[in-house]
Design a binder for this molecule. Structure first.
Ligand code: SIN
Length: 302
């Protein structure tokens, strides 16, 4: 049997399959389907310093092979997460990754300090949400913005920090390097691609926010390309996500340079998707005589 364990930024994952932030809430609904301890890790819904109700509806739209969302970081706030959700998640033998967003680097740092003290395993710095006016993607589309938030969080955190990158940039390699230089222990990518859907009969955008983030199988090739470019530009490890719904998609991510793989939108259609990707990947490795380490970043370019 293939060795599925992954050491990632100093954290030992039992397997490389995690679930992506924003597609798994805080795990309660999925725990009714299977034991969350089967997962390598859980990236929780994006947290903010205070509770947020999110954007007005409609905030989800189906697209060919994907979906648009403009949820707008609906969440109960960092304090409620620590009080009400983290103890539940800690009941499972899996790594807990807290995804954080805030309007200023100082606010990100305050959240990171609280979450480190509360005992999460890693912090994922969200500088890539396309659906909020303050913070989010505004930080992640410049080297200075991404680096300033990464540096502030790194200083305040006692657990490894991972910066989640936006695909809505011209040069992902330079943003990846800026985050590494600012102290990131790891990178995750991609967040969603900024998109728009218009009712063809009325001319009115489907989403109340007009635009939203595109995810799902349609974005997989973009994600694989960007994981490859980012992983090739840095020495820190990468968690790859964006359109992963099958074991073969996870394998592509690993060839491109990902150490961990996250399943996101697929889970909304099939709650078992992360487990199927995990079990399928194990079988795939055995059938092809491959190992995670032997594949990672070793894409055989033409
Ligand atoms: C949202 O809540 O709007 C999505 C979160 C994200 O894209 O980071």
């Amino acid at each position: 049997m293939a060795d599925m364990r992954v050491s990632f930024a100093g954290v030992d994952f039992k397997n490389p399959v995690t679930v992506a932030s924003g597609t798994f809430a805080f795990g309660r609904e999925y725990a009714e389907y299977y034991d969350l301890s089967r997962l390598g890790g859980i990236c929780v819904k994006g947290l903010t310093p205070l509770p947020r109700g999110g954007n007005p509806s409609p905030r989800i739209a189906e697209t060919p092979m994907g979906m648009l969302n403009s949820v707008g970081l609906q969440n109960p706030g960092v304090d409620a997460f620590i009080r009400d959700e983290l103890p539940f998640l800690r009941g499972f033998d899996t790594k807990i990754i807290a995804n954080i967003s805030a309007p200023t680097p100082e606010d990100y740092a305050l959240m990171a300090a609280k979450l480190s003290d509360a005992g999460v395993d890693m912090i994922e710095i969200n500088v890539s949400c396309p659906n909020v006016r303050a913070g989010g993607m505004a930080f992640g589309v410049t080297c200075e913005g991404a680096a300033s938030v990464t540096a502030a969080v790194k200083k305040a955190s006692s657990v490894p920090v991972m910066t989640k990158l936006s695909p809505n940039v011209t040069d992902i390699a330079e943003i990846a390097r800026a985050c590494e230089d600012a102290g990131a222990d790891a990178l995750s990518l991609i967040n969603t691609l900024l998109g728009m859907k218009i009712d063809p009969a009325t001319g009115v955008p489907i989403l109340a926010n007009n635009t939203g983030g595109l995810s799902g199988p349609a974005v997989l090739p973009v994600a694989v390309r960007m994981v490859w470019q980012a992983a090739s530009a840095v020495k820190i490890p990468v968690m790859g996500m964006g359109g992963v719904s099958r074991a073969e998609d996870a394998a592509e991510m690993i060839w491109a340079g990902a150490s961990l793989v996250s399943v996101g939108t697929a889970t909304l259609a099939d709650p078992y998707a992360p487990v199927k990707v995990l079990e399928g990947l194990e079988k795939f490795l055995d059938e092809h005589g491959l190992t995670l380490e032997g594949m990672k970043g070793r894409v055989k370019l033409h």
